[in-house]
Unconditional design. Sequence first.
Length: 418
Amino acid sequence: MATVNFLYRSTRESGFLTLRLLFTCDSVNYTVPAKTKLEVSKKYWTKQHYTKSRDITIYNLRRETNEELDRINNHILKEFNTTPAPAQVTKQLLAQWVENYYSPDKGVKEIPTHLIKFIDYFLEQKRIDLRPGSLQKYKVIKHKLERFEKSLKKTILISNVNEDFKHLFHTYCKGENYSSNTISKELASIKTFCKFARSKGLEVHRELDELKLNKEKTDTIYLSFEEIKQIETAHLDKPHLINAREWLIISCFTGQRISDFMRFTKKMIRVENGDTFIEFKQKKTGKLMTIPLTKEVQAVLDNNDGEFPASISDQHYNRHVKEVCKIAEIDEEVYGGKSINVSNNPAENQFRKVQGLYPKHELVASHIGRRSFATNHYGTVPTTLLIYMTGHSSEAMFLNYIGKSNKDMALEAAKYFK
């Protein structure tokens, strides 16, 4: 049960009334204040509002004031009675309810405190900034949280995201056969939602910023120059495999994402001072790129009358390059993650990335060309140029991408001091 009181708190001779929302939840008493836009004089409120008067002016003012207070009271109680979590009613939320009373059509839209509903709000607010890949990733997390919430049989609030939430979420995801790295990344995304909520004035748990899950160490999987040569010389008798091999070689010597290199066309090529370049805008970052075409890429173009190979979908490319690398006997056993159907029901698909030792050709996918380019040329091409060509935003991100640890860096540095 909630009640609303009105008080005069201004130190001036006239001011806006303050309302206090009082309620009890789980045996805890709450008092939440907010400022109204109903202005009265201090003299009227303290000496005339609660006393009977025969003065018609004061009588009419009392009646008008009480009618307005009743309307505010009814509005606030209606909002309170429909909130899913009374204990999470903050000053900011109450102030928002008051604002909505005065401007129901153009007032600030109520910000959800329910985590899953807030994700929809987040996606709406960020719709201009989010790339399609990020949008899809956040939607996947939302659906997972819906299943998680259903298993808990209770509503997850933004303010509930703390150490207890982390452990429960981790346990649930492990029970669903998700990898530690996937869980860690998704917890980081959930923190992103909550930090955005905090920027909007919502209450978050004091433990939020410290939440973190350890990741599993995995090998940085790439194709060495020797393995690329094996792929180039492997006997392929199917056109779609030859096409996929040519794209793989292009990616290994341009260092670009599949969303970029699969869009390459002859029209993007330009020649300057005898050197050949390709100019394009990266789809993920929006950066305008101009990178040199190596002799390996030029050889592919020469084999196609100056044109790039025929474009194919990401799914077909990933499937075809695995087959290409298998034929080329890229079968060294490496530790990595492979998507496997972990469902016990043969009729049900439940694919999860499972870490283990696999032949390298089973782990080859569209990203391997970019990583191979960065790893193979590290130490021979200046790092600043490699970072420019891959489009990484910092050296730290680039080194992490190719799997260079502090120890690796120390060993590299030692070479220069012998």
